[in-house]
Design a protein around this ligand. Structure first.
Ligand code: SF4
Length: 426
């Protein structure tokens, strides 16, 4: 990975956008009590720990909750071979769920407070044969859903588009403005899959249901980025045409994010750069210029969005997001369920030390109880200060916020509800 310098002297903290203001999300009506229950448990556990009490002795008092939000990897299969895929090593493993058990798991989680599900990676969700069945099941329970897809099976999104509510969303990972770059980066296995072909499938979905957001995601790749031991294709020159393409095809927004790689030490997803050089790297300047030019397309209901990762990378404050408290509390509120197991964080799909349980973690209420215990045990043993010290973690703020509440439980009584945005995505 090429070293990318950051701007000297720009120490400012990037303000979290509303979708990343997780502390407010946890104070919404119906959610605040859950946060308070968790904090009270932690306070009691820490007091007991100082007296040498084993954690198991407090399990009878554990908060009877499932995560508020999960990333659900429905399959490890994928019909592309993207050279920049962060999940390359776990694709096409032929490890599957028992579909009925998966449905029951989601029902059990819903009964314990699951409010949102992101159908996402480790494979392409829309190629899961029962994809539409999963969507129907989740929407029948009133769960908010997001889908992150490569766009190759938008016919399946169209089939269930009428079920989507305004808080639901679909995001397409396209990362290019020309078909040549698209095919070089993503290597779709079928010839018919072109960038144009995918984009043309979006307006019919919007026509069927205009009331939810469809986004065009663009991961910015610059020269000398490397992944999976291969040099990958630069796309900085296509930032502007991608924005036009997205707008012309009725996407609601395009979002730009920097390329992530995996840390050698523990396989965590990280912004792979250093801040050794004390000048603004020409690559970052070029990215800034192109993103600014793309903003000409902002307006008329279309948004050009810069990810928080891109902003913190540019202003040099990304290191502030790598200083985690010892306990990561977010693993209580958000987990990743995959055919490979249940993991504590999207950064650690299939990483052994981040594994909470197996794929049937919530398949029965008895298993659910055991998983609640494993979760609290992992919060205790997983040292986020060490494990996540290279990760630009957007949950950093909320983890410190919860840590502050545990240190000052008297604040629990004074906590005020945040506005109800019905945004339960974590
Ligand atoms: S501290 Fe951040 S990166 Fe680490 S496990 Fe928690 S949420 Fe994930």
């Amino acid at each position: 990975m090429k070293k990318l310098a950051t701007a000297t002297g720009k120490e400012k903290q990037v303000e979290l956008s509303p979708i990343h203001d997780f502390a407010s999300k946890l104070r919404q009506p119906g959610i605040l009590e859950r946060l308070q229950d968790y904090v009270r448990w932690q306070v009691e556990w820490r007091a007991a720990r100082t007296k040498g009490v084993p954690i198991e002795d407090l399990f009878s008092k554990l908060p009877d909750q499932a995560p508020l939000s999960i990333n659900l990897d429905v399959t490890t299969s994928c019909n592309y071979a993207c050279d920049h895929c962060v999940d390359f090593e776990i694709l096409n493993k032929n490890i599957r769920y028992d579909h009925e058990k998966l449905l029951t798991s989601l029902t059990n989680m819903h009964s314990k407070g699951l409010r949102s599900v992101i159908l996402i990676g480790g494979g392409e969700p829309t190629v899961y044969p029962q994809f539409t069945d999963i969507v129907r099941h989740l929407k029948a329970m009133g769960i908010k859903i997001g889908v992150v897809t490569n766009g190759s099976r938008l016919d399946r999104i169209l089939e269930v588009a009428d079920l989507f509510e305004p808080e639901d969303w679909v995001r397409l990972s396209l990362d290019s403005g020309t078909n040549e770059t698209f095919r070089a980066m993503h290597k779709p296995k079928q010839k018919k899959v072109t960038l144009e072909w995918i984009c043309e499938a979006v307006p019919p979905i919007k026509a069927k249901n205009p009331n939810f957001n469809i986004g065009f995601s663009f991961i910015i790749v610059w020269n000398d980025c490397e992944a999976n031991e291969a040099e990958i294709h630069e796309n900085v020159d296509e930032i502007v045409i991608a924005a036009k393409l997205a707008k012309d095809h009725k996407f609601d927004y395009i979002s730009f994010k920097p390329f992530l790689s995996r840390a050698e030490r523990n396989n965590a997803e990280i912004v792979g750069l250093t801040q050794e050089e004390e000048r603004v790297d020409p690559v970052m300047s070029k990215i800034r210029t192109e993103v600014n030019k793309a903003k000409v397309h902002h307006g008329d209901g279309f948004r050009v969005i810069e990810s928080t990762n891109l902003k913190v990378l540019e202003n040099g404050s990304y290191m502030d997001y790598t200083d985690q408290p010892r306990n990561c509390h977010m693993q209580f509120f958000r987990q990743v369920l995959s055919p490979l197991g249940l993991f504590n964080c999207p950064v650690y799909r299939h990483v052994k030390q981040a594994e909470v349980s197996d794929k049937n973690a919530y398949a029965t209420l008895e298993e659910t109880r055991k998983t609640q215990e494993s979760t609290l045990r992992l919060i205790e043993t997983f040292d986020a200060r060490e494990e996540c010290k290279e990760v630009t973690c957007l949950y950093n703020h909320v983890n410190w916020y919860i840590e502050g509440l545990i240190d000052h439980p008297e604040r629990l009584e004074e906590m005020e509800l945040a506005p109800d945005r019905k945004d339960y995505f974590l």
